[in-house]
Design a protein around this ligand. Structure first.
Ligand code: ADP
Ligand code: MG
Length: 215
């Protein structure tokens, strides 16, 4: 079984992720309407349509440039609080990382670990605050643990997707501490956080692509 992705693979993976986000625009909007302002699907679809276009039409020479392209594009096109936060996720993970021609499980884990730290520093939210972090942190920890144990790429990414989904489900029980959902207080209980739903969707898409394209 292959244990790493080429730059071309990584681009195709993110194009697939972008398509999944675009296809779920209405769903994400519905979720954000419950305890937010209902723009999350629109924001995400806008950003990821441009991500898809750029990855399809522009050249990225290494793994770092692919991540930078995704992050900068989200930052430039999404707008709003979440544009900065989703941009941060993809840009900050590769800061200080030597240019990579391939990406393996350990590098994925390392990139997302740096992203998570940057996201928490920028947004000030922590686990349990009903944000995208509730889906992102468990997935990142799963990748780190799997890399440490020497698990194969597919099993590790499946586990990360599962943990991400579980984390997203848990946001239903939480009271929001950030964003527009905060003003709903206890009334938000029972509803998932839109950003966590997006992060979970992104990890499901990554896992699906890797499962089907790595053998
Ligand atoms: P806006 O909040 O501008 O309407 P979106 O609806 O696109 O933007 O995104 C809202 C999502 O952003 C929330 O569901 C939450 O997951 C995430 N979010 C908001 N504030 C923070 C924060 N401080 N840290 C991490 N994530 C946050
Ligand atoms: Mg919103």
């Amino acid at each position: 079984m292959k244990s790493r992705l080429s730059v071309e693979d990584l681009k195709r993976m993110f194009i697939y992720v972008a398509q999944q986000v675009i296809d779920h625009e209405k769903y994400l909007t519905t979720i954000d309407k419950r305890i937010g302002d209902g723009d999350h699907g629109t924001n995400m679809a806008l950003g990821f349509k441009e991500v898809r276009r750029k990855l399809e039409s522009e050249e990225q020479k290494n793994v770092n440039e692919v991540f930078r392209c995704v992050g900068m594009t989200l930052l430039d096109t999404m707008g709003g609080a979440s544009g900065v936060l989703f941009g941060t996720v993809f840009i900050s993970g590769i800061v200080g990382l030597e240019p990579q021609n391939e990406i393996d499980l350990a590098t994925f884990a390392q990139i997302f670990q740096s992203s998570l730290a940057a996201l928490k520093k920028r947004g000030k939210a922590k686990l349990g605050d009903k944000t995208m972090i509730d889906a992102f942190e468990p997935a990142t920890f799963a990748l780190l643990e799997a890399a440490g144990k020497g698990l194969n790429f597919v099993d590790a990414i499946n586990l990360a997707a599962e943990k991400s989904r579980e984390g997203m489900e848990k946001t239903k029980q939480y009271v929001a501490k950030f964003g527009r959902a905060k003003s709903y207080g206890e009334a938000g209980i029972g509803h998932a956080d839109a950003g966590a739903v997006s992060v979970s969707l992104i990890f499901q898409a990554i896992a699906l692509w890797i499962r089907e394209n790595i053998q």
